[in-house]
Design a protein around this ligand. Structure first.
Ligand SMILES: NC(=O)c1ccc[n+]([C@@H]2O[C@H](COP(=O)([O-])OP(=O)(O)OC[C@H]3O[C@@H](n4cnc5c(N)ncnc54)[C@H](OP(=O)(O)O)[C@@H]3O)[C@@H](O)[C@H]2O)c1
Length: 315
């Protein structure tokens, strides 16, 4: 397909702070891929706390196309020959550009999706799934150890519960209410708690996505030698530690976590787990992408168990 710069041939959700959820549908220019980028026809996108809230926080210029995760079909393969061929089904990651009918993606940020893995499910892997996977790895050996996962009801949390369980941990899933804990025991959680103060005994590792008081409470139950990975702050609340809370038990680590880049290889691994039925996609909301404002409202309102997926075109 010839790509002509400047042509308005692509549908997208673009930033418009006066519109619902800060977005409106529009026709925009097709992306022009670099030599190491494939052009992907998007079939499904998955929403994240991070991309949705960075729109609300005004981090994009008006007219920009946001979005981290999308899955679709390679329409034009990377010119340098490094990527999958035209027609390959792929899951993709980027810091923007996902919420559109076409996306240019560096080959290192995409993974071929095995036949049998549905593209909506695959779209939830590159940001939420890979972040969970890399955070679990940062805890080091977890076989037979207690691991606390906060915000366990969310997109990262539901994958983290499954992956930490797979790694041999005894997982304690912390959620905001009993209803938000539904389904987590089926994903492997040994214990589901509302409020960390109810946890009996210390934990070796914490994957923390909520921030605020939850971060301080989670650090307080960390065992000597344990690691807390501070992944996010979904609460938007500041954290106050009790005096000396961070200087007693000197071998505890509170570390900043960043998922980083080059998500392709880890996405491929997670897609293989989905294909094998060893990982369960956590799609708690699904609908056409014309319903984006409703999906964003549900996600930000903590009414989605896991991920919200928007269908852009038929798979
Ligand atoms: N560092 C990184 O590389 C990285 C990568 C991915 C994500 N993140 C961050 O990790 C966090 C979680 O991401 P996600 O995609 O899993 O988000 P999500 O699906 O929206 O889940 C967030 C969870 O946090 C809990 N929460 C508590 N207070 C909340 C509030 N005021 N508003 C919304 N949620 C609240 C909710 O659980 P309950 O309803 O059960 O309380 C919710 O399920 C975000 O801060 C995100 O930016 C960071």
């Amino acid at each position: 397909m010839p790509i002509i710069a400047g042509e308005l041939t692509m549908q997208a959700l673009v930033v418009d702070i006066s519109a619902p959820a800060g977005l409106r549908p529009a026709e925009v220019e097709d992306p022009v891929p670099a030599p190491d980028e494939a052009l992907v026809a998007v079939r499904a996108v998955s929403l994240n706390f991070g991309d949705v809230n960075s729109v609300k926080a005004g981090l994009f210029e008006p007219g920009a196309v946001p979005g981290y995760e999308a899955a679709g079909i390679v329409e034009v393969e990377a010119r340098d020959g490094s990527g999958p061929p035209r027609g390959a089904r792929v899951a993709t990651f980027g810091l923007d550009g996902a919420w559109a009918t076409r996306r240019a993606v560096p080959v290192r940020e995409l993974a071929v999706v095995p036949a049998g893995v549905e593209l909506g499910a695959a779209s939830t892997l590159p940001a939420a799934g890979v972040s969970a996977l890399r955070a679990v790895r940062r805890l080091g050996p977890i076989v037979g150890r207690r691991v606390l996962i906060t915000g366990a009801s969310g997109g990262v949390g539901r994958y983290a519960v499954q992956l930490a369980t797979m790694g041999g941990a005894e997982v304690i899933a912390a959620v905001g209410s009993e209803a938000r804990g539904e389904g987590l025991a089926d994903l492997g959680a040994a214990e589901v708690v509302v409020g960390i103060k109810r946890i009996a005994g210390p934990v070796h590792g914490v994957l923390e996505t909520v921030g605020g008081q939850v971060l301080a409470d989670a650090f307080a139950v960390l065992a000597d030698g344990g690691s807390l990975q501070s992944i996010g702050c979904a609460s938007g609340e500041p954290t106050t530690f009790e005096p000396l809370a961070t200087v007693s038990d000197p071998h505890r680590v509170l570390e900043t976590f960043m998922a980083g880049a080059a998500m392709g290889e880890d996405t491929r691994y997670l897609a293989a787990l989905l294909a094998a039925g060893r990982l369960r996609p956590q799609v708690g909301w699904r609908g056409g992408w014309d319903r984006f404002a409703e999906a964003i409202e549900a996600l930000c309102g903590r009414r989605v168990a896991g991920k919200a997926v928007l269908d852009v075109a038929a798979d």
